[in-house]
Design a protein around this ligand. Structure first.
Ligand SMILES: [Zn+2]
Length: 228
């Protein structure tokens, strides 16, 4: 089996998702150099940071975490592009594991009962083949042992790209886009809502309202990246 893998590696050498350099045996998806250059946020500020500030007066959350800063043409943009458009869902898992380890280290997991990933509309998920936020949730879950609820939160409205919309247009397009199909699974739970990237926060706000409306005990948020 090892020989087979080694031969495969010679024919299709594995390269870093960020810098395209060949990976060593001990590296997976992202090389050590790129990992050390990741624009990480400070996880110890989970209760007071830019992500938390986006929801002030709009949605009550306990803590909020973005693992990375997102800068145009930076390393985070490259990784997210690979994750979303280049069929590399494993990046989501890897970054989820790294964030999960940081959350364990800062004792942020003790009060969380359930991870809920932001869903894609089924039509969009079929097109992409996977939901990148599911994979991020799977990585966090693997390290923290917190179960994931993939089913309860549904996206019922299909939206085209949000990229060129204003803040108000974004909110209008997602305000009624989500629905909880099974209140019982969420009721009285401390939920960690997770998504790939936060820009205005409209999508997470719409999902968060649904989660709190059906009786969740508390809500926290984690994303792979936050747009500067
Ligand atoms: Zn690299």
């Amino acid at each position: 089996m090892h020989l087979f893998k080694d031969v495969l590696n010679i024919i299709f050498p594995k390269v870093c998702c960020s810098c395209d350099r060949g990976l060593t045996k001990n590296e997976s998806l992202i090389c050590f150099h790129c990992r050390s250059e990741l624009p990480k946020t400070n996880v110890s500020d989970a209760y007071d940071n830019e992500l938390v500030n986006k929801f002030l007066g709009k949605l009550e959350i306990n803590f909020g975490l973005a693992y990375l800063y997102f800068l145009k043409s930076g390393i985070t943009q490259k990784l997210l592009h690979q994750l979303k458009y280049n069929n590399v869902p494993e990046i989501g898992e890897l970054l989820g594991k790294w964030l999960g380890a940081d959350m364990n280290m800062h004792q942020l997991t003790g009060n969380i009962d359930l991870i809920v990933p932001v869903p894609l509309h089924p039509k969009k998920q079929r097109k992409r083949g996977y939901n990148q936020s599911h994979h991020f949730a799977m990585g966090i879950s693997e390290i923290t042992d917190i179960p994931i609820d993939f089913q309860s939160l549904k996206r019922i409205l299909y939206n085209k790209s949000q990229t060129h919309k204003t803040k108000e247009q974004r909110w209008k397009s997602v305000e009624h886009a989500f629905h909880i199909s099974n209140d019982e699974l969420i009721k009285n739970k401390n939920v960690l809502l997770v998504d790939d990237v936060i820009t205005t926060g409209a999508t997470l706000e719409a999902c968060g309202h649904q989660i709190l409306k059906c009786g969740a005990k508390g809500l926290s948020i984690a994303t792979i990246a936050i747009a500067k």
